[in-house]
Design a protein around this ligand. Structure first.
Ligand code: AOF
Ligand code: ZN
Length: 364
């Protein structure tokens, strides 16, 4: 097998843990001796052994003189686990192919140096683009210390997220909706505004087999969502954080009694919750990624605040019409096309009869 095939296998292994390693990266490793795979491993769950150590532990033969293919630069620091570079050196490997560079300041280039200083031959940036594609969330979180935010919405061909009566079940078909549940598992949290809770009373949980529920974050500056809302009454199933500017402890208590956590967030100049402030607080709690299922008002605020990294637009082959039927992004909007929020690197995926377009937001 070629070097590329071995690294492709390492990428496949890394992918298996998606949704379970946050806020740590997805990493896979393969160990090869004389063209035989003698070990393979991946980082399976947050806090557990890294990919390299799992691969070494799985070796069916002595790894002395073998080659490792690893999707991320091996760590060289004592964190929750001892440095992987030590295990690679102790194992006597002769060569390491590395995909992504690790921007973690504790590692960043030092892992490579440590291996080279021990006389190991190192090839860096090997299939870097493919390996980098595993971890946009980790890279964003470790560099900026704020969550990676994905704005998701489903609309008709005429750009409506509901009919004139407000009905929105369903816009997309089953395949697209299954994909949303996969994403609820992949990302650490899901965020919605008060309007969505009052109008739809959603559960915002993950209904994928073997999936985990995202932490539910509700933006409610005045703290007025009903105490009977599903996101409030089901905290035994999935955690709920209510972000509010209301500091009145008596008004907070009924939500706390139901198991919700209250996060006090200051208001911004336009009297909305300060989203950059909220993002910092959530990051401090280890929340590395958020699926924003916002509704028009929150979506606009999020764009304006510059916290959105990616937009996922599901388009269904339907037309609702109706001048007052809601659209995905509301707020005051921009005055000129030249002032638009620009999206780049679009990826198109057909899902049953629907289309998913995923694009990155160009920072302003
Ligand atoms: C992982 N899994 O397979 C590799 C990682 O907190 P720790 O001790 O688990 O260390 C986390 C850091 O280790 C992480 O930020 C990244 O820089 C490095 N590599 N992490 O969770 C892995 N190889
Ligand atoms: Zn490590």
């Amino acid at each position: 097998m070629s070097n590329r095939k071995y690294m492709e296998l390492a990428i496949e292994l890394a992918e298996k843990a998606r949704g379970f390693t946050n806020p740590n990266p997805l990493v896979g490793a393969v160990i090869v001796k004389e063209d035989r795979i003698i070990g393979r491993g991946y980082h399976e769950k947050y806090g557990q052994l890294h990919a390299e150590r799992n691969a070494l532990a799985s070796c069916t033969e002595d790894p002395k003189g073998a080659v490792m293919y690893v999707t991320l630069e091996p760590c060289c620091h004592y964190g929750k686990t001892p440095p992987c570079t030590e295990a690679i050196i102790a194992g006597g490997l002769s060569k390491v192919f590395i995909g992504s560079r690790d921007p973690n300041p504790l590692v960043s280039g030092k892992g490579v140096k440590m291996l080279q200083n021990a006389g190991i031959e190192v090839t860096t940036d090997f299939m870097k683009e493919e390996c980098d594609a595993l971890n946009p969330v980790f890279f964003h979180f470790i560099i900026h210390q704020t969550p990676y935010v994905v704005m998701k919405y489903a609309m008709t061909m005429d750009g409506k997220i509901a009919t004139v009566t407000g009905a929105s079940k369903w816009i997309t078909g089953e395949k697209a909706r299954e994909n949303v549940h996969r994403d609820r598992h992949h990302y650490a949290a899901i965020m919605a505004g008060k309007g969505t809770i009052i109008k739809d009373d959603p559960l915002l949980t993950c209904r994928m087999n073997g999936g985990k529920h995202p932490i539910r974050i509700i933006c409610d500056s005045q703290l007025t969502i009903p105490i009977t809302a599903k996101v409030v009454t089901t905290t035994a199933e999935a955690a709920t954080i209510i972000a509010t500017s209301c500091r009145d402890k008596d008004r907070q208590q009924p939500y706390i009694d139901q198991g919700c956590r209250i996060l006090e967030i200051p208001l911004s100049a336009d009297n909305h919750l300060s989203l950059p402030h909220l993002m910092k607080d959530l990051a401090a709690d280890g929340i590395d990624s958020i699926l924003l299922e916002g509704g028009g008002a929150l979506n606009w605020s999020a764009l304006e605040a510059g916290i959105v990294n990616k937009v996922q637009t599901y388009i269904a082959p339907k037309i609702f019409g109706g001048e007052t039927a809601k659209t995905p992004v509301a707020g005051v909007g921009v005055a000129l096309p030249s002032q638009a929020y620009q999206l780049v690197n679009p990826k198109f995926t057909a899902m049953g009869d629907d289309i998913l377009i995923e694009s990155e937001v160009l920072p302003c």
